[in-house]
Design a protein around this ligand. Structure first.
Ligand code: C2E
Ligand code: MG
Ligand code: MG
Ligand code: MG
Length: 286
């Protein structure tokens, strides 16, 4: 009897697994279709303004992907990015975001708008593509931009297995003129090593740090020391996930000047971001 149950259990598990697998395959297929030229299947760029904490003026924006799925409604990037990362789809998806972002900058430039600096998230897998730097430079040329208009954010955990090849790609991107940002700083295991070895312009303090800041005196002390370190090493610093005025005040007291968070602006559609800029033109990023 026990064996029977076991087998039933197994069958049940099997069926559940295959249905989940079917779901994932379907989503993956739909994502693939959504990035085809001319497709309009709900994939959209959102922009989250980056502000100067002292005066709240907008100094730039981070591009965050949104998927309004035709049947399932809004699907979070926290769900579909990991799915895309299981295959080469993430390479194409990130490149789609890169191209759409270049398009935006080109349009703003053509319209004679002051063009704010834009950050794009790149998946770790992208850094393993031998043609990455050439591809990025080609796009920049096609859209008539300069590399320095773009900041590429790479999450800290991408560097867990930091190979010479990845390091070379980063140096080549930097040499080409792109700005590089270390995203989610403080969530990986050897953050200090990355600071020493990666050719970074900007470090983004993970929002888990910011969240603890006002409750935990040790978190505040730690961040204060980290801020000094980053400053002395010459990095720009952006705090992520600022939700309260207390957090913002404390960050300013420890000399963190730039940040993003719901306190200021949530990620918004491109149209809303343009309206925001029209009301208050961007300050130049420091
Ligand atoms: P991330 O790059 O660290 O982006 C910051 C995330 O924090 C965003 O989540 C943003 O909406 C959220 N956030 C901003 N301010 C606040 C706040 O005050 N409170 C809270 N609780 N959250 C805040 P989102 O848009 O869901 O994106 C999640 C992650 O998905 C991103 O983390 C990034 O790693 C990834 N992602 C998004 N778009 C892309 C993309 O185009 N390519 C790649 N490779 N990854 C992307
Ligand atoms: Mg990011
Ligand atoms: Mg982040
Ligand atoms: Mg994050």
């Amino acid at each position: 009897a026990a064996k029977q149950t076991g087998r039933d259990g197994y069958h049940f598990y099997d069926a559940a697994l295959s249905s989940e697998l079917r779901q994932r395959l379907m989503l993956e297929q739909q994502l693939r279709m959504a990035i085809r030229p001319g497709a309009d299947l709900g994939l959209q760029l959102y922009l989250q303004p980056k502000v100067d904490l002292r005066c709240e003026s907008v100094v730039g924006a981070e591009v965050l992907l949104r998927w309004h799925h035709p049947e399932k409604g809004m699907i979070s990037p926290a769900d579909f990015i990991p799915l895309a990362e299981e295959s080469r789809l993430i390479i194409e998806l990130d490149r789609w975001v890169f191209q759409r972002s270049c398009e935006l900058l080109r349009d703003w430039q053509r319209a004679g708008r002051p063009v704010p600096s834009i950050s794009i998230n790149l998946s770790a897998r992208q850094l393993q593509e031998p043609d990455l730097v050439d591809w990025c430079l080609d796009q920049i040329k096609i859209f008539g931009l300069q590399p320095a208009m773009l900041e590429l954010e790479i999450t800290e955990t991408a560097f867990i297995n930091l190979s010479d090849q990845v390091l070379e790609q980063l140096h080549a991107l930097k040499l080409a003129g792109f700005h590089l940002a270390l995203d989610d700083f403080g969530t990986g295991y050897s953050s200090l090593t990355y600071l020493r070895r990666l050719p970074l312009d900007v470090v983004k303090i993970d929002r888990s740090f910011v969240a603890d800041l006002c409750q935990d005196p040790r978190a505040a002390t730690l961040l204060k020391g980290v801020m000094r370190l980053l400053d002395e090493m010459g990095f720009g610093v952006v705090a992520e996930g600022i939700e309260t005025a207390d957090q913002s005040n404390l960050l300013q007291r420890i000399r963190c000047q730039l940040g993003q968070g719901f306190l200021y602006h949530r990620p918004m559609p491109v149209g809303s971001f343009v309206e925001l800029l029209d009301k208050a033109p961007p300050a130049s990023a420091s």
